[in-house]
Design a protein around this ligand. Structure first.
Ligand SMILES: NC(=O)c1ccc[n+]([C@@H]2O[C@H](COP(=O)([O-])OP(=O)(O)OC[C@H]3O[C@@H](n4cnc5c(N)ncnc54)[C@H](O)[C@@H]3O)[C@@H](O)[C@H]2O)c1
Length: 378
């Protein structure tokens, strides 16, 4: 990887979306924006990251004499709500946003989801660009049409499918990201391995030991391996409504726990615990072997599964609380809540062409108990 050089890939979203990526490329994003016609740019940014890197964005826009407006927000899972969307929409309208304007989201997956939902709602949809600043944003949330905010009873309950105009990924931003968040992002990469291609783990598992001293080559390799694996899943189903629901592996439990913890459990870690519960279900259903289930704990253990911040949250939850919260899951249909379950490592189970399958409550409750016990014992 050459510093300052821009690489591209095409994400299998609807419509297909270009991702420009590289290391220390922030000042160049206006080269791409200027290929489009627009009247104004509206930057919606997360305040922590804007204090560190906002200057890059402002300077690049100023140098091109681009007419821009900024809204810098303090955001959290508790504020990932319709009230924030409402506030931003009214701010945009007060600033005379038009159908020709473009929104830029600048921050992690959270601000990306909020800004994406806002963009989809303003005048029934204006263009938006994502500049992710967390590794999870870079490798997961920007490779998705899904934009949503939390409802009063659960995660991501209010949303749309809406893809960005393009994604601008500067891996430099990862340097200041908290290591806890960085390893949580790798968990989504491990998930891609569990659900479709275990082979990719050979490419990046060794990096888990080097997270504190990750060099740029390694970072780029991680980025490319994880995004390409998610992209191959999306290639089979860019709608994210059929086969791609396998990307929700561990998420039904993860979202419930993330919501119950009121932000105490970060997204990736909640998904890690969720995948362990799903693996326990597969074992109870006679699909995964004991060794395959154990590999979940081993690999995810390398990424903070047994950390104090996870165990402290688990201790506050019971299977009953999780079962109740799951009733509000955003994938629920008239058939009730269904689960993404593995047949074996690298392959998901399906029933009548659907990739979420019914599991009785007793089995699910027993699996939550087993996973919690196993994590707390370590
Ligand atoms: N749409 C999707 O398909 C999808 C997929 C995965 C996750 N998500 C959503 O993404 C959210 C989680 O995203 P996230 O993990 O990026 O967390 P986040 O956006 O909450 O950011 C995490 C923290 O990192 C800080 N931060 C961001 N960039 C930084 C940087 N470069 N340096 C220093 N600090 C920085 C932020 O201030 C914040 O405190 C959740 O709300 C989840 O639901 C959506």
């Amino acid at each position: 990887m050459t510093e300052g050089e821009i690489y591209t890939s095409e994400y299998n979203l609807i419509p297909k979306t270009k991702c420009y990526y590289g290391y220390d490329i922030a000042d160049r994003f206006c080269d791409i924006i200027e290929k489009y016609e627009f009247d104004k740019i509206f930057v919606i940014a997360e305040d922590t990251v804007y204090k560190i890197y906002g200057f890059d964005i402002v300077r690049a826009l100023d140098e091109r004499n681009i007419n821009y407006f900024e809204n810098i927000l303090e955001i959290s899972e508790q504020k990932k709500k319709l009230s924030t969307v409402d506030y931003l929409c009214n701010w945009l309208i007060s600033q005379r946003v038009t159908k020709d304007s473009i929104i830029i989201s600048f921050g992690g997956g959270l601000i990306g989801n909020v800004a994406g939902l806002v963009a989809s709602l303003i005048y029934r949809g204006i263009r938006y660009i994502e500049i992710p600043t967390t590794f999870l944003g870079m490798t997961d949330s920007t490779l998705s049409n899904k934009q949503a905010v939390n409802g009063d009873n659960g995660k991501n309950q209010l949303g749309t499918f809406y893809a960005p105009l393009f994604v601008w990924t500067d891996l430099k931003y990862v340097e200041t990201e908290n290591k806890k968040h960085f390893s949580a992002a790798l968990i989504e990469g491990v998930k891609n391995a569990f659900i479709q291609e275990m082979g990719i783990l050979d490419d990046f598992r060794h990096c888990f030991r080097e997270i504190d001293v990750l060099n740029r080559e390694c970072l780029m390799k991680l980025f490319e391996t994880i995004t390409q694996s998610k992209n191959r899943i999306l290639q089979k189903d860019p709608t994210e409504k059929k086969y791609s629901v396998v990307l929700e592996y561990g998420h039904t439990f993860g979202h419930a726990m993330e919501f119950l913890s009121e932000g105490g459990l970060i997204h990736g870690q909640a998904v890690a615990i969720g995948m362990c519960i799903a693996a326990e279900i597969s074992l109870l259903l006679g699909k995964l072997s004991e060794d395959e289930k154990e590999l979940h704990y081993t690999i995810l253990g390398e990424l903070g599964l047994y950390s104090e911040y996870n165990t402290a949250q688990i201790k506050k939850m019971t299977p009953t609380m999780i079962m109740e919260s799951i009733e509000y899951d955003n994938k629920r249909t008239s058939k009730g809540v269904r689960y993404v379950i593995l047949n074996k490592l690298g392959e998901c189970d399906s029933l009548d062409g659907e990739w979420e399958i019914p599991v009785d409550k007793e089995t699910v409750t027993a699996a939550i108990d087993k996973a919690f016990d196993r994590i707390l014992k370590c």
